[in-house]
Design a protein around this ligand. Structure first.
Ligand code: TRP
Length: 385
């Protein structure tokens, strides 16, 4: 925790560009998910790893090996992820949840999902009541991703704080203001609430924060999250041994690029950078046609001759995330890079793909009832239901 953070989680959320992934990994001692890690993952799970892993969207980890060993030995663990309810969800927000659901499916483990209404109240210009309400709206989208209702507990911090509070204060006692300043960029004008909040995000990393939900089990935790959330869990790992708890393992994703290009992160607060899960078919097409950064050439002649650049082409980069079929993706890449496929054509492929995914999501979400939200948020045993 001595080294100053590259960029704070809240700056990243504002769409700040220039994320140097290699530097983050090197500076903070994460480990790249390389071929060897993928091989082990495949051997343990006895299946081809998810495209998000194979294509490097989830690219870094801490202690993933320990979790795979648990799986091999048939020992329990749980997954922890979360969402800051400051807006409706865009397609980039789906990624950690799709991935966490996949992990829940292949490992058959409990999942806890933290809705940080307190965080957004403290770090954004928002009313607490609005954050609390948005949390329930976001919960519907998260449920629509398909988590196992018997094994998933979702909670708003302002509701669940009482149960976690013993751990939250224990954690907060182990972190000095100077450490928080180094890790999160706070200063003398930051509110007390901001200084305290990291302890709240750390607490669910310890199974003792879920006496009922995890039925008193003392089990390790794996956290799927965006790399921007790593400062919280570096800090959590730092305090774990002094709390006589296990360090949580992490698996980190890259940012989902803004429509304007890979330099920025898709952000709800940056106009036209995002495709929302509530966007209609026409709006999806319009946003992609109008705003998606193209790696194509200036003229058709030039494009036919030199081909497009898939490294920076947003439609191709999004297809890498959302087109599951490796053969199809390879064909698109070959055709686009050779100039056979034009920008308008690759955009059309992406539009159809995203319309399919988003409309199916809307269909499932429309069926999620308030009662179901309450059921997911009810404090109950999900460890051996
Ligand atoms: N801070 C996260 C956000 O702003 C929300 C969050 C809370 C989270 N706990 C988490 C994200 C655990 C990933 C893993 O969105």
């Amino acid at each position: 925790m001595e080294e100053k953070n590259v960029v704070t989680p809240w700056e990243v959320e504002g769409g700040k560009d220039g994320i140097d992934y290699d530097r983050i990994v090197a500076q903070f001692g994460c480990h790249l998910i390389d071929e060897a890690v993928l091989e082990r993952f495949k051997a343990v799970t006895k299946q081809e790893p998810h495209t998000f892993l194979r294509r490097g969207l989830f690219f870094s980890h801490r202690d993933l090996g320990t979790i795979l060993t648990l799986k091999e030995e048939n020992k329990p663990f749980y997954l922890y992820t979360g969402r800051g309810p400051s807006s409706e969800l865009h397609v980039g927000h789906l990624i950690p949840f799709l991935f966490t659901k996949y992990l829940q499916d292949i490992f058959d483990v409990p999942v806890v999902i933290q809705l940080t209404d307190d965080e957004k109240f403290l770090f954004k210009d928002m009313k607490l009541e609005a954050c609390q309400k948005l949390a329930l709206e976001n919960a519907k989208d998260i449920i629509a991703v398909g988590f196992n209702p018997a094994k998933t507990f979702m909670f708003r911090n302002t509701d669940y704080m009482g149960v976690m509070y013993p751990n939250v204060i224990k954690i907060s006692k182990l972190i000095t203001a100077n450490q928080a300043i180094g890790c999160f960029g706070f200063d003398g004008s930051s509110s007390l609430g901001r200084y305290f909040y990291p302890a709240v995000q750390a607490a669910p990393s310890f199974s003792s924060s879920f006496p009922t939900v995890l039925n008193g089990a003392k089990i390790p935790c794996l956290i799927p999250c965006g790399i921007d959330q790593d400062p919280f869990f570096r800090m959590t790992r730092d305090v774990a041994s002094r709390m006589k708890e296990r360090k949580p393992a992490c698996i980190h994703s890259r940012f989902f690029p803004a429509l304007q290009g890979p330099a920025g992160k898709m952000s709800s607060s940056v106009t036209n950078s995002a495709i929302f899960l509530s966007d209609g078919k026409k709006l999806i097409a319009k946003k992609i046609n109008k705003h998606a950064f193209s790696g194509g050439r200036d003229s058709v002649e030039e494009h036919r001759e030199h081909g497009g650049n898939t490294d920076v082409d947003v439609p191709y980069q999004y297809l890498r995330v959302f087109e599951d079929d490796d053969a199809k993706l390879a064909e698109i890449k070959q055709q686009y890079e050779s100039g056979q496929m034009l920008t308008g054509e690759i955009k059309k492929i992406l539009i159809e793909k995203l319309q399919g995914i988003i409309l199916a999501h809307q269909e499932r979400r429309s069926k999620v009832t308030d009662a179901e939200v309450r059921a997911f948020m009810a404090e109950r045993n999900i460890f051996n239901p």
